[in-house]
Design a protein around this ligand. Structure first.
Ligand SMILES: Cc1ncc(COP(=O)(O)O)c(C=O)c1O
Length: 400
């Protein structure tokens, strides 16, 4: 018998080698208590959260919590059904209406996760004979959507407008073309030149899908994302997003003005063949989305936090993923996995949680400490965070 697990041996060995150094497992942290969007208790210690994607700090918003509690009491703990059978409650419709209002678009479809939104939309609209032209650094859910639909995949170099144009021109005449882009790329926290890329895509007859998972709520005048900030939101055919970041709960969605969009509810397998979100979840999402529309003050503060952290880390001598802060994600580039894990643990011991990211999730084989800021981090907390980076960096030899 061939052990089907043998393909995991290299990863098992890498993990064992790392843990033998005595380092805490960076992928197995337990939060014992969560006090607020910015503070939790981990290993019995107060820990500042700087790796949760809770950009707008909505998880403890009193209105959001009250909406969830009411829905839980009035509609029960779950729908036990698919959206196309018994799983559409008034709350799911209200959530889709909130999304239509938020994006000023005609249609919205709520999925059980953002992963499933990409999986479902991409695989359903781009099939076997269609071409998907995508940034090589696209999220796993985008790649998995391409694979599920069995479309022809044509990757292009990250954020390279000329490379996108060249690939588009090579697609056979008459073939269906979908360009898939992200507003913010979550590993390095850099944004896409959507304006130019969408223009090139349209000039070459492609439809465009933009995943705004890491920009919703924060980037753009009304928090609609990078497409809004760059003035091209009306040229995007499909915006995909998630409730698991700025919205502060779980779920995913796609919004669009395409006149035939509603047919997707019948043909999109990751929408049809899975249970819908619990009523309490869609109630929290709808309340949060409506509040995000009027959160200009929080957006401003989050930009200040991002600039402050970026400048401070740079001053300490860390190498960062972007020259300027472009989003709420600041990536600190580590020399290798061992150094990254040691630094991650030293930060945790200081009382700071960040994400350790490593290949294959990261571009160019990089090990990263990814910091995601929250609009509710105070100026003092950002100061504390910089102090912890200074201490951990010196203790591990990452900076002098
Ligand atoms: C760009 C991007 N798209 C989609 C997703 C999936 O979101 P969810 O957590 O809702 O499945 C993520 C999650 O990390 C993401 O980073």
């Amino acid at each position: 018998m061939t052990d089907l697990f043998s393909k995991f041996d290299p990863l098992i060995e890498q993990r064992d080698t790392l843990l033998k150094t005595g380092v805490t497992d960076p992928f197995n942290l337990v939060m014992e208590r969560v006090e607020s969007p910015t503070v939790a208790i981990c290993n019995g210690k107060r820990t500042i959260l700087l790796g949760t994607y809770n950009y707008m700090g909505m998880t403890f918003d009193p209105d959001v919590i009250a909406a969830g509690q009411t829905a839980l009491e009035e509609f029960g703990s779950g729908t036990t059904g698919s959206r196309v059978l018994n799983g559409t409650y008034v709350g799911h419709r209200a959530c889709e209406e909130a999304l239509c209002d938020f994006y000023a678009m005609d249609h919205a479809m709520v999925f059980s996760t953002g992963y499933q939104a990409n999986l479902g939309i991409i695989s359903t609209i781009a099939g076997k004979d269609d071409y998907i032209i995508l940034d090589i650094d696209s999220h796993a859910s985008i790649y998995d959507g391409c694979a599920l639909g069995n479309a022809q995949i044509v990757p292009f170099r990250h954020n390279d407008i000329d490379a996108l144009e060249k690939r588009l021109k090579r697609v056979p005449d008459g073939a269906g073309k979908l360009v898939v882009l992200e507003g913010v790329y979550s590993m390095l926290g850099d944004i896409a030149p959507l304006k130019e890329m969408i223009a090139v895509s349209k000039a070459n007859g492609a439809m465009v899908l933009v995943d705004e998972a890491h920009s919703m709520g924060f980037i753009g005048e009304r928090g609609r994302g990078v497409a809004e900030a760059q003035g091209v939101i009306d040229d995007v055919d499909f915006i995909v997003g998630t409730f698991s970041k700025s919205v502060g709960t779980v779920g995913g969605f796609c919004v669009s003005n395409h006149p035939k969009f509603e047919i997707l509810r019948l043909v999109c397998r990751p929408y049809v063949f899975t249970a819908s979100l619990p009523p309490s979840v869609v109630a929290t999402a709808a309340t949060s989305i409506r509040k995000l529309m009027d959160s200009a003050g929080k957006r401003e503060h989050l930009w200040e936090n991002s600039k402050r952290l970026h400048a401070g880390l740079r001053q300490l001598g860390f190498t960062l993923g972007t020259d300027e802060p472009q989003s709420a994600i600041i990536a600190v580039i580590m020399p290798d996995l061992e150094a990254g894990a040691a630094m991650w643990e030293a930060l945790l011991n200081e009382g700071l949680y960040v994400n350790l990211a490593r290949p294959p999730a990261t571009p160019a084989g990089m090990t990263l400490l990814r910091c995601s800021l929250c609009a509710l981090h105070s100026e003092e907390q950002v100061g504390e965070i910089l102090g912890m980076f200074a201490a951990a960096g010196r203790a591990t030899g990452c900076i002098s």
